[in-house]
Design a protein around this ligand. Structure first.
Ligand code: ZN
Length: 240
């Protein structure tokens, strides 16, 4: 990435106060007047087509900025966000998430799907303590997609304190959602052909690190460009 492109990312702190609509309008004006003209040819190339390599399914949490933490560019990521980075098993809820997966994996032919959870996730807290989301019926219903992760976290990790259990639940939830992902026909078919890779990540807000699930070691390891095992997919092809 050249320095001009790098400058266009919101890498400078914009201050700690969350942006208001007026703030966003000002920033957009800067984008339109300074950044867009400097990168116009790039945007024109993207104006009529996209070929993203990666479908990223992550939480709606405002503290996750995929383009910033992955230093990605327009056209790189096809992004699907929801509360708790959930993927309902195929057939249970034929809604938005199912359509996104079908379109990205089946039509756009993304090479990889990443499910990315994160630290301090409100959805994981709600999943752990269902009584706290009783007044939010849609959220309560949605969080049922993480029920198997909750049960595994509680029953397989006795004696953990609240914070440790939340961390375990966040990891188990990513693993559970990867399993759900494999029930989607387009994903199952591409896995069978051996041309789709699945990854499970956890983003740590306080350190900026991403940890990736290594299916061979059955644990999360720091995502890094080296060694190769740090970018090993959870799944590449279905068992024969
Ligand atoms: Zn979250």
């Amino acid at each position: 990435m050249d320095s001009e492109k790098r400058k266009s990312h919101a890498t400078e702190s914009q201050g700690n106060a969350p942006a208001s609509i007026r703030d966003l309008a000002q920033r957009h004006q800067r984008f339109r007047e300074e950044i867009f003209p400097a990168r116009k040819s790039e945007f024109l190339k993207l104006a009529t087509k996209q070929r993203p390599q990666v479908l990223l399914i992550t939480c709606s949490d405002s503290r996750i900025a995929p383009e910033l933490i992955l230093q990605s560019e327009p056209g790189d990521l096809f992004v699907c966000r929801n509360i708790g980075n959930m993927v309902p098993p195929y057939g249970e809820m034929l809604g938005s998430i199912t359509a996104v997966i079908e379109y990205a994996v089946g039509a756009l032919q993304t090479k990889a799907v990443v499910i990315c959870g994160h630290s301090d996730c409100g959805a994981m807290k709600g999943l752990m303590h269902p009584e706290t989301v009783e007044e939010l019926p849609a959220v309560s219903t949605w969080l049922r997609n993480g029920q198997s992760a909750r049960q595994i976290a509680i029953e397989s990790h006795p004696g953990r304190n609240e914070n440790e259990l939340l961390e375990v639940l966040t990891e188990e939830n990513v693993i559970a959602q990867l399993r759900h992902l494999e029930t989607h026909p387009t994903v199952a078919s591409r896995l069978r052909r051996g041309d789709l890779e699945l990854y499970g990540w956890i983003y740590k807000i306080e350190t900026g690190e991403i940890w990736t699930y290594d299916g061979q070691q059955e644990r999360f390891v720091l995502l890094d460009s080296q060694p190769a095992s740090a970018t090993r997919p959870v799944r590449r092809r279905a068992a024969t």
